[in-house]
Design a protein around this ligand. Sequence first.
Ligand SMILES: Nc1ncnc2c1ncn2[C@@H]1O[C@H](COP(=O)(O)OP(=O)(O)OP(=O)(O)O)[C@@H](O)[C@H]1O
Ligand SMILES: [Mg+2]
Length: 349
Amino acid sequence: MASEGKNLIGVDIGSSAIKVCEIKEGRRGVRTITRFGYHPLPAETIVDGHIINSSAVVEGLEKLFAGSKRRNVALRASGHSVIIKKISMPLMTAAELSEQINWEAEQHIPFDLDEVHVDYEVLHERADHGQMDVLLVAAKKEEITDLTNLAMEARLRPMVVDLDAFTIQNVFEAGYGGATQDETTVLVHCGASTTTVNILADATTAFTRDIANGGNSITEEIQRQLGIGRDEAESYKCGGEGRGIVPREVPEIVNQAVEQLAGEIQRSLDFYLATSGDRELSRICLSGGTANIQSLLDILQERAQVPVEALDPTRVADVDEKAVAELQGRASQAVVSIGLALRKERERN
Ligand SMILES: Nc1ncnc2c1ncn2[C@@H]1O[C@H](COP(=O)(O)OP(=O)(O)OP(=O)(O)O)[C@@H](O)[C@H]1O
Ligand SMILES: [Mg+2]
């Protein structure tokens, strides 16, 4: 993708916190992360991908952008408002495809075409079969409009809306040089309420899935078993800062919940391996706040029998001194906002 102009400011409104990232790109393409902002959101602000308490979000955005003149942003849309499908179509020219795509979309998407924005990308041409694989993306207009309106209420100018899976893939491509032809890389992003699996084979998306499970389920398990409140459980899960000694049962409870989560991720990997014809995975890169839990990496590695590492988003750019401090302990959570901040004001596909 060729692109020009300044980088947009990445704004990731997640269910646990808003993350904001700013990247400056010099003339020789040298990128620097100049700012990372973090604003925790109260419980129940966002439920099942829907923003319930919009004033909490607007307030958070206003705080994060106080004094900032730059207002052009790239937003992350919740996976709940979008459907992604890989479809197979007869080989055709770009012009033919643009005429055909709505008809194809109608067959694959359970919504009225008037209600969705349809986007697509050709992944592979399989000339010997006369076929090509096309990635079809349909976003519900109403939900996207709600999101952009909310940003505008906080006096931001939304220019781009993207999805977790694709922003993380951008980070992987910019920071790790992307996947090579004969590799299968699994990008797993594990946040508070959702886990997104994106499998890259032959350097393109081969499989994506959202799992409705994440760090919240671990916190809830601590709450339930110890009979304590959410904030206390959350703090114990993250090491207990400010709460004194962590009860000795906590690591065991965390591991139980992590087993459950790793099992759900593994089921997606098994499904992919059973249906794609791909024989093995090369590696798993984990991101999102829940990637801070080392036992998730260990348990996943043991189950999948594939190396698991934490995705380091700071590989896409230099990080200036101020941003180093802001990113301290939050790099895994910053991945989506960093991926969004790679986007430019003007892009040509
Ligand atoms: N050091 C840590 N140890 C354990 N868990 C952590 C740590 N830091 C953050 N988390 C967990 O990560 C989750 C937040 O991650 P993230 O910011 O990626 O989610 P989100 O974007 O707000 O949520 P979602 O995208 O699912 O709506 C929370 O469940 C939080 O408890
Ligand atoms: Mg998130």
